[in-house]
Design a protein around this ligand. Structure first.
Ligand SMILES: Cc1cc2nc3c(=O)[nH]c(=O)nc-3n(C[C@H](O)[C@H](O)[C@H](O)COP(=O)(O)OP(=O)(O)OC[C@H]3O[C@@H](n4cnc5c(N)ncnc54)[C@H](O)[C@@H]3O)c2cc1C
Length: 467
């Protein structure tokens, strides 16, 4: 069946679009979380016609299709858990239409997130969702995971910026959804569906006006708990900054060694606060935030002097995970959410868990959203450390749930957390979601073994190939 799939695809699309040698396929077994099986074939379409044809042929052969953007996902969403066809969307990376007056654009799914904002900046507009991976991750992947980012605190996540979607179903039929359509919000349903409902081939995005003025402040705190208290107090005072990010001492020492942005290395944690809006409002907004930070134990407050300093601070924040390479050869990033007011308690627990498992854990997170990202440092050659990371990660997740939180803030469920989904949904909820999936993909060939717990959707068999 697989041989006939590859030959049918080659005949229909040619060798430049269809890859089937083990060397070419090796890269598609991975995402930033882990490794799955080697796919049988990879297709790199140039347009929606090629993409639709490849999906139709794969489904006729009964072979799974795994949509893939940049493979920067952190939950195994793009790994081919059962093998099959990986559809790499990287060649479909153009802005198809730009409507500056109405602040919207139609883009192909392989367009890199940051490339969109860079391309339209001269018009005074930008695309707001800004995952820290925005230099590499694609709009299609961001739609797949409903990606968030530092600025989603005030602007919202990807779902708040998608106006419509073009997608291909298992028969290779092309559909369009739009927020303007009456009836069910199919656009909202597709965002965050992690490639399980269809292949996204174009996205209509909302664009926003660049703010007149932006300020970034940096408060140093003795520990993460006091920084977290300040975050709750800022929001409780009715102030909604565009971003509120915390980095602990392990993270600031790693990023400072690389970016030299001037982080205070004696602080237990720093709080990065960005405000944006009319120029005249900046001074008073910043003063109010600095006052609250000081009332909650801030050791110092620094206001960025210019755009270069702001950019250095943001480059450090967004490059934090990479900078951890200075601490250990590997890290595992956990993604969970708690109510904001629980941040001090959960940070305390994470420190305790790290100590119990003898692990170095760095924390860099979207504090304003209560979205935690503990980074558990380890060396994968050390079996004891690998076991400790798995157990500590599970314990952190359970702690977040016990504190009224949930199992993912923005990275998605994918392969990694599919069995954890039953910690937050009962069997009736999961069955209802399965029925929705069946409406879109009755053969269940789009990205099998993702989202749903093993055994929850009849016919899906857990592949054991993930390290
Ligand atoms: C250093 C680092 C920092 C990160 N920071 C953030 C962050 O701040 N916020 C955040 O939300 N995430 C973050 N991530 C995670 C990741 O970058 C996001 O999940 C991103 O949205 C994935 O995009 P991608 O193009 O790499 O998609 P992939 O990893 O290739 O795919 C992700 C999912 O989307 C599906 N998919 C991809 N393309 C399509 C398509 N065309 N049609 C249908 N389904 C599709 C895939 O099947 C998969 O389920 C980070 C990752 C790294 C490595």
């Amino acid at each position: 069946m697989v041989t006939s799939l590859a030959s049918r695809l080659l005949e229909a699309l040619g060798p430049d679009t269809v890859r089937s040698s083990p060397e070419d396929l090796a890269v598609y077994a991975f995402d930033a979380y882990s490794e799955g099986r080697l796919p049988s074939v990879a297709v790199i379409p140039r347009d929606v016609r090629e993409a639709a044809l490849a999906v139709r042929i794969a489904f006729e052969c009964g072979v799974p299709v795994v949509p893939r953007g940049a493979g920067s996902g952190l939950c195994g969403g793009a790994i081919p858990a059962q093998g099959g066809l990986v559809m790499s969307m990287v060649r479909m990376n153009r802005i198809l239409e730009l409507d500056v007056r109405n602040r919207r654009a139609r883009v192909q799914p392989g367009l890199i997130n940051l490339d969109l904002s860079r391309a339209i900046a001269t018009h005074g507009i930008f695309y707001a969702p800004d995952p820290s991976s925005q230099k590499v991750s694609t709009i299609g992947g961001n739609v797949g995971t409903n990606a968030g980012g530092p600025h989603c605190l005030s602007y919202g996540t990807t779902t708040n910026h998608v106006l419509g979607i073009e997608y291909v179903d298992g028969q290779g039929v092309i559909h369009h959804t739009s927020l303007d359509d009456p009836g069910y919000d199919l656009t909202g349903l597709l965002v965050g569906s992690e490639g399980t409902l269809g292949l996204v081939t174009a996205v209509d995005v909302r664009l926003m006006a660049l703010p007149e003025s932006v300020r970034v402040g940096l408060a140093a705190f003795p520990d993460v708990e006091s920084a977290s208290e300040a975050v709750s107090a800022i929001i409780a005072a009715g102030i909604v900054p565009t971003a509120l990010e915390i980095m602990d001492k392990l993270i600031t020492s790693a990023v400072e060694a690389h970016y030299h942005a001037g982080f205070p290395l004696d602080a237990g944690a720093v709080l990065l606060v960005e405000i944006a809006g009319p120029r005249d409002d900046m001074a008073s907004g910043e003063a109010a935030i600095a006052r609250i930070a000081q009332q909650h134990g801030a050791l110092s407050w620094r206001s960025s002097a210019d755009a270069a300093e702001r950019e250095a601070l943001w480059a450090s924040r967004k490059g934090a995970a990479g900078a951890l390479g200075r601490i250990a050869p590997n890290y595992y990033i956990q993604d969970a959410c708690v109510p904001r007011t629980k941040l001090p308690a959960v940070m305390h627990e994470i420190e305790r868990i790290a100590g119990a498992y003898d692990l170095q854990v760095g924390n860099v997170f979207h504090a304003g959203d209560g979205n935690l990202h503990p980074l558990l440092c380890f060396d994968r050659r050390d079996e004891r450390a690998v076991r400790a990371v798995v157990e500590a990660g599970t314990e952190i997740l359970a702690t977040c749930i016990a504190m009224g939180g949930t199992i993912s803030g923005e990275h998605g469920i994918g392969y990694e957390k599919r069995d954890s989904l039953s910690l937050v949904f009962d069997t009736d909820d999961l069955a209802a979601m399965g029925r929705v999936r069946d409406v879109f993909d009755p053969q269940r060939l789009f990205n099998p073994d993702k989202i749903f717990p093993s055994g929850a959707v009849c016919g899906e068999v857990r592949a054991a190939a993930v390290a």
